[in-house]
Design a protein around this ligand. Sequence first.
Ligand SMILES: NC(=O)c1ccc[n+]([C@@H]2O[C@H](COP(=O)([O-])OP(=O)(O)OC[C@H]3O[C@@H](n4cnc5c(N)ncnc54)[C@H](O)[C@@H]3O)[C@@H](O)[C@H]2O)c1
Length: 268
Amino acid sequence: MNVSDKIAIITGSGRGLGKAIALKLAEFGANIVVCDIDIDGANAVAEEIKTLGNDAIAIKLDVTNKESINNLLKISMSKFKKVDILVNNAGVLAAPGWETRDRPDEVDWDFIYSVNVKGVAFTSEIISSEMKQNRSGSIVNISSVAGRLATLTSIPYGVSKAGIINLTQAHALELAPYNINVNAVCPGMIWTDMWNRIATQWLHTPNKISQGANDQQEVFKKAIQARTPLGREQTPEDIANAVTFLASDAAINITGQALNVNGGSHMH
Ligand SMILES: NC(=O)c1ccc[n+]([C@@H]2O[C@H](COP(=O)([O-])OP(=O)(O)OC[C@H]3O[C@@H](n4cnc5c(N)ncnc54)[C@H](O)[C@@H]3O)[C@@H](O)[C@H]2O)c1
C-alpha cells in the first residue's frame, strides 16, 4: 500500500475514524492535511502525525460552506503544492437533540443532507479541480452499512449514506478521464462518538436489541452480537486499512466501488 510522499486531505480527521485514517496514511508515508470543524481536535492530530516524522497541517473546515472548502484548498496548496488523496470522512448522524426526539425531524434531514451529501459533493468538486490539473488522484468517500441496508435508527442518515454510494459512482465516471479514481468504504459498527449517540437514542427509545441494557457500551455490545456474523466490533484501524488500500497505487484500477468493512453484517 504505497502512499509515500503523497499529500492527503482527510475531512473530519480531528477524532474518530478520520483520525485513524490520517494516522494510517501517515504510517504508510503520506503527508497529511488534518481538517475538521473542531480545530482543537485537528491541531492535536496534526501534532501527533509530526511526531511520526511526517509533515502535517491542521486547517479549520466546515464542509457545508464552499468558502471554507476553497480556503482548505488554498492553504493546502500553499503548504504542499499538490493534492493526491482526498478522504471525505466528515459526517453526522443527526442534528443536536436527536437522541431525545421520537423520530428525525426536518432539522435532522437538512443538517444531515448539508454535511453528508452536499459536503461530500462540494469538497470533491473543489479539491478535484486541483487533481485534474495533475491528471492524477484518489478520492475515498466514507459511506456506511446504513447506506446498504435500511434501518429505522436514523432514516435520513441511511438515505444520505446510500446517496454517497451513488455520488461515488457518478464522480468515478466524471473523473475517470482525468486518471482520478473514486471509491467508497462502508463501515459497519465502530465505537466512536457517533455510536455513543446511537446507543443513547436506543436507551431513550428501547428496541429489541437495547431492551434491558444498562448503558451505551452494553447497547453497543448487544448490537454487535445481534448483527455481526464474525461476532466482533470493527475498529477505526479496520476502516483506515481499507481507505489506505483504496487510496494507494495498489488500487489504481479500482473505481466506482463501495467496499464493506462490517464483519459480515451485510454482504452486498
Ligand atoms: N462509527 C461508526 O460506527 C460508523 C459507521 C459507519 C459509517 N461511519 C461514518 O464514518 C465517518 C466518521 O464517523 P465517526 O464515527 O468517526 O464520527 P465522529 O462523530 O466521531 O467524527 C466525525 C468528525 O467529523 C467532524 N465534522 C462534523 N461536521 C463537520 C463539518 N461540517 N465540517 C468538517 N468536519 C465536520 C467532527 O468534528 C468529527 O471530528 C462519518 O462519515 C460516519 O457517518 C461511522
